[in-house]
Design a protein around this ligand. Structure first.
Ligand SMILES: Cc1ncc(COP(=O)(O)O)c(C=O)c1O
Length: 485
């Protein structure tokens, strides 16, 4: 582990920048000389010397033999996996790569409907049959839970032909499922476990946090190093730790999906984020957790009409909570999460990561401190006093999604045999589009799936209430695209 204080990509770029090399390579700004002064005034000019292209000294992301190879090896060592691959298009590209690496066209894969939208790219490109798991909704907490061990076990019994299981853990709310039990089950049955751990690059570094999927035994696991650790945006890592998935296939696929002009500053930041997490992650996250726990307690004890998700709330369901995540339910104020989000942004200069009808999700990271949470809590206290309204009659619900997959999403995507019909007449037709009402942000219709009466009625009701449905064409959902068979 003593090598963990090395940062090969950063050191190489720093050495290169110091030598003031005359650039006849891309990018066109030439070490920052051509950057618009307005931008340089804000950023300073130091960083542009790090914005280079592939040449021997700085190594190639696609065929690494130098500093990038060393940095990826150090990353793999830090997480205790066989290989780690740096990604410059976030976990979104990592999810697509996991589908393509684990499955062949025609394979089936068990996957929750509440997965991140990037998985549709993985499903379409890989040509798999998705076996959808219905997400569980908790109408007391107003949140959606990820798949449990029992649900995966049942799905594997019903669909023994499934090649792989795709899991998201922790969720946006920080709820982590029993990945170890699920990994052991998958491996006993010879199935591949893919984990979207976008929200968990830090789990490995502090034992007050849920177990990371890399320790739990995931075959492939992708993490957004930029979300919680200190990498710059788009910096993610795909970890490979499997006997079931061929490393060279993973490398080839990742290479096919990534730009040939990666942002070296992002690569250097992933390298530095790893060193920082290994050397200081424990103390840094002790402080972040302490601040988050203070905020949680303060909200729950002193703000009567708001409630912050605690470990106790999910106890008994075999879930664990990433204590750094603050999911704050605001419905008792009479305001929606969206409204409180807007008030925080406009009146208090505080921006949360996201909100929904019910909750705010305040994401803390390695750079968060007590001062930040004090500002948030004090703003929430004021809002809670100022906007004392009556709780609205909102209910988090989704229809039964267990509909029949008639074609793979890829077949529909490639087909030109598509027509538009009125939504009200769509029962029995095979959908050619994704339709996702917000809330709860779960696709109720997927390409290749037969539209049931329940789903049709649900969409008609949503549309009549003017609820925005992602995927709709026009202001109101009147027509749907279906396969013209
Ligand atoms: C669960 C989950 N997976 C994947 C992603 C995509 O990650 P990235 O932004 O790193 O591409 C997100 C983004 O919010 C996410 O919440």
């Amino acid at each position: 582990m003593d090598k963990q204080n090395k940062v090969p990509i950063f050191d190489t770029l720093l050495g290169h920048a110091k030598r003031n090399v005359t650039s006849f390579h891309t990018p066109g700004h030439k070490n920052g000389k051509g950057i618009d002064p307005v931008l340089k005034e804000v950023t300073g000019d130091g960083l542009y010397k790090f914005d280079v292209t592939v040449f021997d000294e700085v190594d190639s992301l696609h065929d690494p033999v130098g500093p990038i190879k060393k940095a990826e090896e150090l990353m793999a060592q830090a997480y205790g996996v066989k290989h780690s691959l740096f990604l410059v298009n976030g976990t979104s590209v990592g999810n697509i790569a996991m589908f393509l690496s684990a499955c062949d066209p025609g394979d089936s894969i068990i996957v929750s409907r509440s997965s991140h939208k990037s998985i549709m790219g993985g499903i379409i490109l890989s040509g798999v049959w998705p076996i959808w798991l219905q997400p569980t909704i908790d109408q007391n907490l107003d949140i959606i839970f990820n798949s449990t061990y029992e649900e995966i076990k049942q799905a594997l019994e019903m669909y023994p032909e499934a090649r792989a299981v795709f899991l998201t853990s922790p969720t946006y709310n920080g709820v982590a499922t029993e990945v170890k039990k699920i990994a052991d089950l998958c491996h006993r049955k010879g199935k591949i476990l893919l984990v979207d751990e976008a929200h968990g690059p830090h789990l490995k570094f502090n034992d007050k946090l849920p177990m990371s999927a890399v320790d739990a035994g995931a075959d492939l696991c992708v993490q957004s190093t930029h979300k919680i650790l200190s990498a710059l945006s788009q910096g993610s890592v795909l970890h490979h730790n499997s006997k079931l998935v061929d490393t060279n296939r993973v490398k080839k696929i990742v290479s096919m999906l990534q730009t040939t002009s990666p942002q070296y500053l992002t690569l250097a930041s992933i390298d530095l984020a790893r060193r920082q997490a290994v050397l200081h992650g424990k103390e840094m996250f002790d402080k972040v957790i302490e601040a988050a726990e203070w905020a949680r307690k303060e909200i729950n004890e002193k703000i009567p009409n708001m409630r912050c998700l605690t470990k106790a709330d999910i106890k008994g369901r075999n879930f664990d909570l990433d204590l750094t995540k603050l999911t704050i339910n605001v419905t008792k104020t009479g305001l929606s999460g969206y409204e409180v989000d807007e008030i925080l942004a406009k009146q208090y200069n505080i921006q949360v990561d996201c909100s929904d009808t019910f909750n705010l999700i305040a994401i803390m990271g390695i750079g968060s401190d007590m001062d930040d949470v004090q500002k948030l809590v004090s703003a929430l206290k004021e809002i809670s006093k100022k906007y004392k309204g009556t709780q609205k009659n909102w209910i988090l619900k989704i229809p039964s999604l267990a509909t029949e997959m008639v074609m793979t999403p890829r077949e529909v995507f490639l087909s030109h045999d598509i027509k538009k019909i009125p939504l009200a007449k769509s029962v029995g037709h095979v959908s050619a589009q994704v339709l996702t009402p917000y809330p709860p942000g779960i696709p109720v219709v997927i390409p290749g799936e037969r539209i049931s009466k329940e789903i049709c009625d649900y969409l008609v009701e949503m549309a009549s209430k003017g609820i925005r449905i992602s995927g709709q064409e026009g202001d109101i959902l009147k027509m749907v695209k279906v396969f013209a068979n």
